[in-house]
Design a binder for this molecule. Structure first.
Ligand code: HPA
Ligand code: ZN
Length: 334
């Protein structure tokens, strides 16, 4: 088996994917049409041309606009089901999916409408493909602490089916400390905790996510490399960083993939792994991300396997399941 075949063959977990970011233009057109909603594009080609981002905010503006065509429970089901089909094709056997309640509740969509759609797709993925999944609800950090508290309240009836809360959207100017109290309340209610930090924001935001929010994982975190004390801590605690290579390239967090730090972080003993973030917008799903770093960085067989093992170790599955997947990956040979 060569390296590309190993990438395909390895079972993998995905820990950083926004379900609204898996919205492919073809499905967006189909749902817009059936819901009689106008979108500002004539055809798929025009949509792709609009995906010409230069930073996080220029992406987010388009990402939130696209989500507006989602109205009915079936729309949310179709969105999630399309993503699970990609997981199946890429041999992603477990996924922990972000959703943004406020993107939908702000438009008058009831929590149960999108939640039931996602939940039903998760059940079907288990029965059809054997893919396990968890749902993680994110607070939009450009909105207020009060609005995050309201969202937490709305989620309480569904709390047994939501494994964690997260924090996403515009990072600069919205440091983790803004959500310290709401994260404490979420922990009290039994949710695990994750947060985007150190994507565009400075290492200070990663420190805050660790010390003030008390997260179980950091999403992105690639700017931690600028602070050696922080790196030492992340390595010592084996605090996972859910790294998203094609996202970092597309949003200009790195200038080219050869400069991406995922391999350096791995070699320094950090628990990093590969994720797709918003694959419909950034040029690819799990295996596309693996192939992109493999072509740029020429990872060894051991490094590729470590990335896959880390994806399970950093996930919220049981210790027995983690052991099972590590053993399965170890047995594969190139
Ligand atoms: N960063 C912050 N917010 C997001 C992202 C991201 O990469 N994707 C979707 N919302
Ligand atoms: Zn993200």
């Amino acid at each position: 088996m060569n390296h590309l075949a190993l990438i395909q063959a390895m079972p993998k977990a995905e820990l950083h994917v926004h379900i609204e970011g898996t919205f492919e233009p073809e499905l967006m057109f189909e749902i817009a049409q059936r819901n009689h909603i106008q979108i500002p594009y004539q055809n798929i080609e025009e949509v792709r041309q609009a995906y010409n981002f230069h930073n996080l905010q220029s992406f987010l503006d388009i990402y939130y606009a696209g989500a507006k065509v989602l109205i009915h429970e079936q729309d949310f089901y179709d969105l999630a089901w399309a993503y699970f089909k990609k997981c199946h094709a890429d041999h992603v056997v477990h996924t922990e999916i972000f959703f943004d309640p406020q993107t939908h509740t702000e438009r008058g969509i009831a929590f149960e409408t999108f939640f039931n759609g996602f939940q039903r797709a998760c059940q079907d993925a288990k029965s059809e493909f054997g893919i396990s999944s968890h749902l993680i609800m994110c607070f939009l950090r450009h909105l207020s602490e009060q609005e995050a508290f309201e969202t937490l309240e709305q989620a309480l009836p569904f709390k047994d089916q939501i494994i964690a809360v997260g924090l996403d959207s515009s990072e600069m100017g919205h440091p983790p400390e803004k959500f310290q109290r709401v994260f404490a309340a979420a922990a009290e209610a039994g949710f695990l905790l994750v947060a985007h930090a150190g994507e565009e924001g400075p290492p200070e935001y990663v420190w805050q996510a660790l010390d003030l929010l008390k997260v179980n994982r950091i999403d992105h975190g690639v700017r931690s490399e600028e602070d050696s004390q922080l790196l030492a801590r992340l390595a010592k605690e084996q605090m996972p960083l859910t790294v998203c290579p094609l996202s970092n390239l597309k949003l200009c967090v790195v200038d080219d993939m050869q400069q991406h730090n995922i391999q350096r972080l791995l070699q320094q003993g950090l628990c990093v792994m590969v994720n797709s973030d918003d694959p419909a917008y950034f040029g690819g799903y799990m295996n596309d991300n693996f192939i992109a770093i493999q072509n740029a960085l020429n990872l060894s067989e051991a490094e590729l396997k470590q990335l896959a093992v880390n994806s399970f170790n950093a996930s919220f599955i049981s210790a027995a399941e983690k052991k099972h997947w590590a053993e399965t990956i170890a047995k594969l040979s190139v």
